[in-house]
Design a protein around this ligand. Structure first.
Ligand code: 4AD
Ligand code: MG
Length: 435
């Protein structure tokens, strides 16, 4: 009898006979010899099938086995400096669960369209596995970060009765005869729970019906949103710096192998330092108009930055950069005006370095009942639907702030991948929903 192990634990079983179960990642064959690279999800291991010590039918099976054959292997583990990972297994027995000889994803270059159609299989590739592991690490780092600082996770609803972030980006659904929308943000609910618990966050799927087909947009993405009572705009930005630094630290510490698989150089991640630079929106517009190469016409004050402007601004700094003080009418209704510059709001977009675009959007919230009523009117939002939200300004209103951070945007940057579609298992994009 031998113990069944996971490949990640192989190093602890050197000299022992073990069994492992998985899939054939790769095969190299020599004279009367096969090097089988087996993966089981926890790692990869080189298994050596030698004709001298195995019956002819087993060697024949190894000969026929193609990539992604599912199998069970028994044999002794030995330390071997030449084997990837420093351990290998001398095969004494092989059982095939399913023989595969025609796996559609091969070593040759496949086009993106083909890979996206086969996303359910593409996920088994080394780089995709690495990205999913970094994703898991970031989710854990975020949960720990907030837990350690006394924040309470409160899950917010996905069915919502009204728009928050702009009416053009809503998916509507039939709510038994009423119209409901898929959540664009949990923020307003976070504001209510922050008045109960002080410091809260939510983390969940978020839906935007944007007709954008950029390498940064998903129609369904996961957003981390925090809300803290008594935080002002400055506290909010400092907290974002702390979160970014901790996320980078966690990934550098715990995902070394994954970053290597992804060929993601770590130098630029290690160079990030707080405090991050801060730039007034007005100065950002000026910088774009003075220095951004290839701009034909003047960037208009009051416009929203598009992907090219965000890329340009982010590339000017080694660390992420806060753009602050957007003109009030360009941003959401709930943002508080800057008392020193009342045309603008106490909000910030945090742009990632290396041109990865907006990672975080945050603001201090308007906490005055009269002002928020005016702003809801200005934005032509349904006042009725917001009565509960106004109550938060009627009963014990306090200064408070929060932000939202996109998980997939963050991963695109940390993993250094060219397109956001690789950072979620089954991406939902414009005109793309299969599988
Ligand atoms: O700037 P946004 O729209 O902010 C809000 O929704 C606020 N209510 C958050 C808050 O203050 N609680 O979105 C926040 C972040 C963006 O910075 C970006 O990282 C991500 O969510 N994001 C997207 N990620 C992928 N695809 C999209 N279509 C995204 N839209 C926003
Ligand atoms: Mg934003």
């Amino acid at each position: 009898m031998c113990e069944t192990i996971q490949i990640r634990d192989a190093k602890g079983h050197i000299g022992q006979k073990v069994r492992l179960r998985g899939w054939l990642r790769n095969k190299r064959s020599g004279k009367n010899l096969h090097f089988l690279i087996v993966r089981d999800g926890s790692g990869e291991l080189q298994c050596v099938a030698a004709g001298g010590s195995l019956p002819a039918d087993t060697m024949g099976l190894c000969e026929r086995m193609g990539i992604e054959t599912s199998l069970e292997v028994c044999g002794e583990l030995s330390a071997d400096g030449r084997a990837p990972g420093g351990v290998e297994l001398q095969v004494s027995q092989i059982g095939v669960l399913q023989l595969v000889t025609d796996y559609p994803i091969t070593k040759k270059e496949h086009g993106t369209e083909f890979l996206m159609e086969n996303r359910h299989l593409w996920l088994r590739s080394s780089k995709q596995i690495a990205i999913m592991r970094v994703r898991d690490e970031v989710e854990k780092a975020w949960a720990d970060f907030f837990y350690d600082r006394g924040f309470v996770r409160v899950d917010t609803p996905i069915f919502t009765p009204n728009a928050v972030e702009g009416t053009t980006t809503l998916f509507d659904v039939d709510y038994h005869g009423d119209k409901a929308y898929l959540s664009q943000t949990g923020q307003l609910y976070n504001e209510a729970t922050a008045a109960a618990l002080g410091r809260v966050y939510c983390f969940g799927p978020t839906f935007r019906a944007e007709k954008s087909k950029t390498r940064r947009h998903l129609l369904e993405f996961w957003m981390l949103e925090m809300e803290a009572a008594f935080f002002d705009h400055e506290d909010n930005m400092r907290f974002q710096e702390e979160l970014i630094l901790d996320t980078v630290r966690a990934v550098l510490e715990n995902c070394e192998a994954e970053l290597e698989t992804l060929e993601r150089g770590t130098e630029k991640l290690k160079a990030i330092e707080a405090p991050f630079p801060r730039m007034h929106y007005r100065d950002a517009v000026k910088l774009i108009n003075d220095k951004m190469p290839g701009r034909g016409e003047e960037f208009e004050y009051g416009s929203d930055f598009g992907a090219p402007e965000e890329t340009f601004l982010g590339e000017q700094f080694e660390s992420p950069v806060f753009i602050t003080n957007f003109p009030a009418h360009t941003k959401a209704f709930y943002m508080k005006r800057d008392p020193d510059d009342p045309e603008t709001v106490l909000a910030s977009d945090l742009l990632g370095p290396e041109g990865y675009g907006e990672l975080i959007g945050g603001s201090q919230r308007e906490d005055d009942l009269e002002v928020i009523l005016e702003r809801v009117k200005e934005f032509k939002l349904p006042e009725e639907a917001f009565q509960w939200y106004f109550d938060l300004r009627r009963y014990g209103s306090v200064p408070h702030s929060g932000f939202g951070m996109g998980l997939e945007r963050t991963l695109t940057w940390l993993c250094g991948v060219p397109h956001i579609r690789e950072t979620i298992a089954f991406p939902r994009m414009l005109h793309h929903m299969y599988p």
